[in-house]
Design a protein around this ligand. Structure first.
Ligand code: GLY
Ligand code: MN
Ligand code: MN
Length: 473
């Protein structure tokens, strides 16, 4: 947890962003894994944590936007809880740690909200993403559970995004801790990528590294020699020479800040010529598009820079043809890059995505494209200093997509389908870094993780050793 002044300042800023009413932030509840007492590892709601800091289930935080009061609702533990969980600080003591001195039992929240509603006051709340929370909020606010999400407060959504999209130095330092741990996760995966290993051995090891540094992974590890499947969570393949292994993984700090890094390595540690050719194109797209990141630039344009580099590169290999600008305008490159260049990152790996992608990644000036592939770009709007985002171009040979485009006669002027057929066994390559937009440009965050061919090959050749990232927690 940060010092209490951090949370007090965030709440103060929020009060200046919205006129009137009550802002209600619900802490996450415990979530059952396979029966009620056997729960998933607890994960606090990111927005509650941002304003109220406490990593405790079942609380609610209220900011009264009319009189400035800040209240925490929550229950002290009983002796039964202490037997199972050990002694716990009182709610009052916990509240004091984040600068709040008005505390009530959780059971008082319903009455408090009903009185406010009866007095005609607006209760602003964010859209819930868990079914149980929809039921709880529905009950507290007198709304049918299935309507709660749609009744979330747009002014609160916009205000929260406005505050959270600009990361402070403190937040960037947390993100860099998460990336430093990801450095160890990824370099370990590189050293383990030998023929005969099962993907799950590597996936389990790198998830263990995250856990050993105090965090969970920031999303389920994506690790596969079938990297053409973009988010492949199945880890049963045996590594074989000739395949590329995509590893997309990161962790969270105890303050919930994420890392999200992708590296792609050849099984056995040496790139073939064919692998090198494709890898160099993705690497150039990653490096050159990162170089284009600066305040005032629309991220959609940065996405287009990467798309053009990929098209140019595939043309030199004879996989694409024709005029590059025309090919990208038509969307032909989306056969190979069917996703966006990146997304905001912060306390959620896709930061604030639950508030609505279009609120986070787009605005009045920049509207989401409708074209296949480009429409999946989660961040298109103009960049500002303090944004933290990912840059993650890739090239994928997805047999089903190749067949579909070919059968539909799409992009015949830009795609050499006969040649593409010979790459159907290739898999995919993605390279992803986490970037801070600075006053004048950008900074790649965290300890550099090998990504040139020479550095990846050198790391793959190193023996694996258990390391601890010093000074992280
Ligand atoms: N880790 C998921 C993503 O890169 O968006
Ligand atoms: Mn990723
Ligand atoms: Mn990402």
């Amino acid at each position: 947890m940060f010092q209490k002044e951090v949370y007090a300042e965030r709440r103060l800023k929020l009060k200046k962003e919205i006129q009137g009413g009550i802002a209600l932030f619900m802490a996450n509840q415990e979530a059952a894994f396979n029966y009620p007492a056997n729960t998933y590892a607890y994960r606090q709601d990111s927005h509650f944590s941002y304003f109220f800091g406490l990593n405790h289930p079942g609380f609610a935080g209220v900011i009264d936007l009319d009189n400035g009061k800040e209240i925490l609702f929550g229950d002290d533990v009983e002796i039964d809880d202490i037997i199972w969980m050990g002694p716990q600080p009182s709610v009052t003591d916990q509240a004091a740690q984040v600068g709040i001195n008005e505390v009530y039992a959780f059971g008082k929240l319903e009455d408090y909200l009903k009185k406010a509603i009866a007095a005609g006051r607006t209760v602003h709340f964010l859209p819930p993403y868990r079914g149980a929370m929809m039921i709880t909020l529905g009950h507290l606010l007198g709304i049918a559970a299935h309507e709660v999400k749609a009744k979330a407060s747009i002014p609160l959504i916009k205000a929260v995004i406005k505050l959270k999209e600009i990361k402070s130095e403190l937040e960037v330092a947390e993100i860099e801790k998460a990336i430093d741990i990801a450095w160890l996760m990824h370099t370990t995966a590189m050293k383990m990528a030998k023929p005969g290993i099962i993907e799950q051995e590597i996936a389990g090891t790198i998830e263990g590294i995250a856990l050993a540094h105090g965090g969970p992974v920031s999303f389920p590890v994506i690790l596969s020699v079938d990297g053409q499947t973009l988010h492949n969570h199945s880890h049963h393949n045996v590594l074989k020479e000739g395949r590329m292994m995509v590893v997309d993984a990161g962790t969270e700090t105890q303050t919930l800040y994420a890392s999200d890094i992708t590296r792609t390595v050849p099984v056995g540690g040496k790139f073939s010529t064919r692998q090198k050719d494709i890898y160099e194109i993705v690497l150039k797209a990653n490096i050159d598009s990162i170089a284009a990141i600066r305040p005032g630039v629309e991220y959609r344009d940065v996405h287009l820079i990467a798309s053009k580099i990929i098209t140019e590169g595939l043309k030199t290999l004879g996989l694409m043809k024709g005029n590059t600008d025309d090919a990208v305008a038509a969307g032909a490159h989306t056969l190979f890059l069917p996703h966006g260049l990146g997304h905001m990152m912060g306390m959620d790996v896709h930061d604030m995505e639950g508030l609505g992608e279009n609120y986070v990644g787009y605005d009045e000036e920049t509207k989401r494209a409708s074209q296949f592939g480009t429409a999946y770009l989660r961040l298109g709007k103009k960049l500002k200093p303090g944004f933290v985002l990912t840059d993650e171009p890739g090239i994928y040979f997805i047999p089903a997509l190749i067949d579909k485009f070919r059968n539909e006669g799409l992009f015949k002027d830009f795609v050499n389908y006969d040649k593409v057929e010979t790459y159907k066994d290739f898999g995919g390559i993605r390279i992803e870094d986490d970037i801070l937009v600075t006053e004048n440009g950008r900074r790649i965050l965290g300890r550099p993780i090998p990504k040139t061919i020479a550095d990846v090959e050198a790391t793959c050749a190193e023996p694996r050793e258990w390391l601890k990232i010093p000074g992280v927690f």
